[in-house]
Design a protein around this ligand. Structure first.
Ligand SMILES: NC(=O)c1ccc[n+]([C@@H]2O[C@H](COP(=O)([O-])OP(=O)(O)OC[C@H]3O[C@@H](n4cnc5c(N)ncnc54)[C@H](OP(=O)(O)O)[C@@H]3O)[C@@H](O)[C@H]2O)c1
Length: 307
C-alpha cells in the first residue's frame, strides 16, 4: 500500500513554484527547471512583467507547462491567497524556491507595506516563511519535497551581524537598506536550519543557497545617479550571469543526489559552507523564529512523517 502510494507520487508530473521569477536568476531557473520536465509556477507581483516572463520561459524552455500566479511577497494577505490558489489546483508541491527579494541601494528612507510592516523584513523574510509554512502540507505530498531559500555571499563581510530582536523593522534608530537586507538574509538562513530540524523524518528537505555577485538588470535602478550607474555596469561585467547562477538552483531543486540532504548552506558550486557563528547557534535561531512568529498569524505544524 505504502509502496503503491510512493509509486503514484513518483509518476505524477513534478511541480516547482519559484517566487520572483519574472527576472534575473528566478527567470533563468524557471527556464532550466521547465526544460527538465517540471511544471513550473512563476509567482510574480507585476501582472505585465509576469505575463512577459511567462511567454519567454515557455518559448526558451519549449515547455507549455509553465504558469503564472500573482503574489506580492510583502503582503501576508496576498501570500495566503496564493497558497489557497495553489492548493485548490495542485495536490503536491515538489520544489519551492524562495527567490523573490528586494535590495535597492537608492532606498534611503524606511518604507512600510500597506499591512504596516517594514518592507524589506516583510518581503525578504516574513513572506518566504509564511509561504513555506502554508505550503508544507503540499510539499509533504511529494515523494521528496524541497524548500530552497536564498541568502547572500555579501554576508561574509559582516560576520557579527545579528537580527535586531527588539526592533527588526528599524522603527527606532537610523534605517539602513544594507543592514535591513543582510538582516533579512541572515534570518532566512536561520529559518532554513530551524525548518530542516523541524522537518526531520518527514521527507521534506530545506536548504539555503548563498548567492555571490550576479548580474542584475541595471534598469531596475532607475534612480541610480549617473556615476554609480557607470561603476555598477563595470562591476556587472565581472559577475556571474543569472543563467550560470540558475544552474545551482536547478541542480539543488532537481538532482537526485540532493534528495536526502537537508539543513545545509551551499555556495554557488553547491559546496557546503559555514554561515556566521551567530546564525548557527540553536538559542539564537529559536529567538529569531519566536520573533518572526510575532509578525505572522499562523500556527506551526509539521507534516506527518512519510518515510
Ligand atoms: N544579484 C546579486 O548579485 C545577488 C547577490 C546576493 C543575493 N541575491 C539574491 O538572489 C535572489 C534573486 O535576485 P536577482 O539577482 O535575480 O534579482 P532580481 O532580478 O531583482 O530578482 C528579484 C525578483 O524578486 C521579485 N520581487 C521583489 N519584491 C517582490 C514582491 N514583493 N513580491 C513578489 N516578487 C517580488 C522581483 O520582481 P519585480 O521585477 O517586480 O521587482 C524580481 O522578480 C534574491 O533573493 C537576491 O536577494 C542576488
Amino acid at each position: 500500500m505504502g509502496e503503491n502510494m510512493n509509486e503514484a507520487k513518483n509518476m505524477r508530473e513534478k511541480v516547482c513554484l519559484i517566487t520572483g521569477a519574472n527576472s534575473g536568476i528566478g527567470k533563468a531557473s524557471a527556464i532550466q527547471i521547465a526544460e527538465q520536465g517540471y511544471r513550473v509556477i512563476i509567482a510574480c507581483r507585476n501582472p505585465g512583467k509576469g505575463e512577459a516572463a511567462l511567454q519567454e520561459i515557455k518559448e526558451k524552455s519549449g515547455s507549455a507547462a509553465v504558469e503564472l500566479m500573482i503574489v506580492d511577497m510583502s503582503l501576508q494577505s496576498s501570500i495566503k491567497a496564493l497558497a489557497d490558489r495553489f492548493k485548490s489546483k495542485y495536490e503536491a508541491l515538489d520544489v519551492l524556491i524562495q527567490n523573490a527579494a528586494i535590495f535597492d541601494i537608492t532606498h534611503k528612507e524606511i518604507a512600510f507595506t500597506t499591512e504596516g510592516v517594514e518592507s524589506i523584513w516583510a518581503t525578504n523574510h516574513l513572506g518566504p516563511v509564511l509561504l513555506t509554512e502554508l505550503l508544507l502540507d503540499s510539499l509533504a505530498q511529494s515523494s521528496q519535497g524541497r524548500v530552497i531559500t536564498i541568502a547572500s555571499k555579501g554576508l561574509l563581510a559582516m560576520p557579527f551581524l545579528k537580527v535586531n530582536l527588539e526592533d527588526p523593522e528599524f522603527r527606532s534608530g537610523k534605517f539602513s537598506v544594507t543592514k535591513a537586507y543582510y538582516q533579512s538574509k541572515t534570518a532566512q538562513i536561520m529559518y532554513t536550519y530551524w525548518l530542516a530540524e523541524r522537518l526531520k523524518g518527514t521527507g521534506v528537505t530545506a536548504n539555503c543557497i548563498r548567492v555571490p555577485s550576479v548580474r542584475v538588470d541595471i534598469d531596475k535602478y532607475a534612480n541610480l545617479p549617473g556615476f554609480l550607474r557607470f561603476l555598477y555596469s563595470l562591476k556587472m561585467k565581472a559577475t556571474l550571469s543569472p543563467e550560470e547562477m540558475a544552474k545551482t538552483y536547478t541542480r539543488l531543486a532537481t538532482a537526485d543526489e540532493f534528495s536526502p540532504i537537508t539543513g545545509v548552506y551551499f555556495d554557488e558550486k553547491l559546496q557546503p559552507v559555514n554561515s556566521s557563528k551567530y546564525s548557527v547557534d540553536p538559542e539564537n535561531i529559536a529567538q529569531v523564529m519566536a520573533r518572526t512568529m510575532d509578525f505572522l498569524d499562523i500556527a506551526l505544524t509539521a507534516p506527518a512523517a512519510s518515510h
